[in-house]
Design a protein around this ligand. Sequence first.
Ligand SMILES: C[S@@+](CC[C@H](N)C(=O)[O-])C[C@H]1O[C@@H](n2cnc3c(N)ncnc32)[C@H](O)[C@@H]1O
Length: 276
Amino acid sequence: MNQTDFSFLSNLLKEQSGIVLTADKFYMLESRLMPVAREFNMSGLDDLTLALRQRDSALTAAFTEAMTTNETLFFRDIKPFAQFKDMVLPYLFKARANTKTIRILSAGASSGQEAYSIAMIVKDALEKNPDWNIEIVGIDISSTMINKAREGMYSQFEVQRGLPIRQLLRHFSKQDDQWQIDHSLRAMVQFKRWNLLDDIAPLGKFDVIFCRYVIRSFDSPLKTRILSKFANEMPADGCLFLGLNETVLGFSSRFKLIKDVKGLYAKSPDSSASAS
Ligand SMILES: C[S@@+](CC[C@H](N)C(=O)[O-])C[C@H]1O[C@@H](n2cnc3c(N)ncnc32)[C@H](O)[C@@H]1O
């Protein structure tokens, strides 16, 4: 592939998803895009690029989806989920005593492991607080990932990644060589195909947003925009989980790191829609 085509594809990907395709990712193009070319009966990447230049919408969607990185696992990094269980939820059970409603967003949910990890914690918490309404919404740009998340069906390899055996036996049932998460947990999470570049206001307000290992692929102005959208859709005491090596520093003054808690941000007291 020549530099002109590479630049065209990088620009298209950024415009569609926000993902920045750096030159070191050049090697990915062939392995990610050859299956798309085959699916659309094209002989190779030259044909595919030519067709993408014609702005075919189904092909553009398939291209964008193929270029997403969907790496995920249950209880990824462990600690953030312990903090959610031991700090954030107990706080919200007190702070939302009037409405008894809590809403949680998993943004960039991939195949659902993050949202279901949250749901397992929430399910336990609901045993002591049965009259509460806790909504979990999982969104991702990839419809393949969203369909997989809705089905809640995972391979042996996937359930071995991060999921304690106790939780596997308690919440999953074996279906041939796959494991499906129980209906009660699937019913706790609503999965929607959603692009973070679009307005997220129609999803409603969220007390907690998990957006882990997603915005690291975006450029700085987009990080600022996305963090600002999150702040707009949160109450003053909302909180945000980012990946452990991700930060708002330099991108947004609307969140502040909670002291000594890596990856967990509270909305800044002076946060207003006009601030970055
Ligand atoms: C590396 S995965 C992270 C999954 C999960 N949050 C975790 O921490 O394990 C990043 C996900 O973000 C999604 N994503 C990338 N750009 C997006 C966008 N513009 N809108 C919504 N989802 C996006 C990808 O499809 C992918 O599934």
